[in-house]
Every structure is written in structure tokens, then in C-alpha cells.
Write a new protein. Structure first.
Length: 131
């Protein structure tokens, strides 16, 4: 089962962010050996590979959760906004998911989420209101 999850996880990770596994390994495996493979297997191969929701919906849920959590989730929020674009979501869908979190995470969390989205969109040359 572990090998299957790792393979599925690697496929999903590559779709969302080519080279992610190697980037994780370069950054973390020297201080926590096996971290990259564990993350690929567990997060992508176990959670993201489940049936029941498509990848775009899972990514929109992730963006919403990270937005509502607020605090120090900014870097992960930006990574997952990029992943959500790669999964096929439009900028409008992403900003709507973030804005919905104003009700559950508070206005500051939603504004911080929108700021993160604006940064990611600008980095990718995506104009306001596209999609």
C-alpha cells in the first residue's frame, strides 16, 4: 500500500508543482531524513488521491482552510494557491473561496488570504478578474 500511495502522491505532486518532491528533499531531508517522501505519500498519496472530490475541489478546500487558520500559514497558502491554479481553478474561484472564509475565519484572515492570492497572481502575470 505504501508504494502505491507514494506513486499516486508523486503523480499528483508533479501535476500541481513539477519538481516538488526534489525541492522538498533539498530543503528538509538533511534535517529530517525521509520528510519529502513522507509528505508525498501521506498528503498527496493518501489525502489528495482519495475518491469523492476532484483535485480542484480538494485544493479549493485547502486554500479555504489555510485562509481561515490565518496566522503563520501565509507561505503554505501561497504554495496552495499556485497548486489550486494548476489543478484547474480560476482566480475568481480561488478568491471566492478565500472571501467565504471572512464568515468563518474573520475579515483579517480573508484580507490576508486575498493579499496572498494577489501576490501569486502577480507572480504569474494573471490580471484581476481573469477566470
Amino acid at each position: 500500500m505504501t508504494e502505491i500511495r507514494h506513486r499516486k502522491g508523486q503523480q499528483i505532486a508533479e501535476r500541481l508543482s513539477p519538481g516538488l518532491r526534489d525541492a522538498l528533499s533539498d530543503k528538509y531531508d538533511r534535517i529530517l531524513p525521509g520528510m519529502a517522501d513522507s509528505l508525498i505519500e501521506w498528503a498527496y498519496g493518501h489525502a489528495y488521491a482519495r475518491e469523492g472530490l476532484d483535485l480542484k475541489t480538494r485544493q479549493l478546500c485547502t486554500v479555504a482552510a489555510l485562509t481561515a487558520l490565518g496566522g503563520q500559514t501565509g507561505p503554505q497558502l501561497k504554495v496552495n494557491i499556485a497548486h489550486t491554479l494548476a489543478a484547474g481553478a480560476t482566480p475568481r474561484e480561488i478568491t471566492e473561496a478565500i472571501w467565504q472564509m471572512a464568515v468563518y475565519g474573520g475579515m483579517p484572515a480573508a484580507i490576508n488570504g486575498l493579499n496572498a492570492a494577489a501576490d501569486v497572481f502577480a507572480e504569474r502575470g494573471i490580471g484581476p478578474g481573469q477566470g
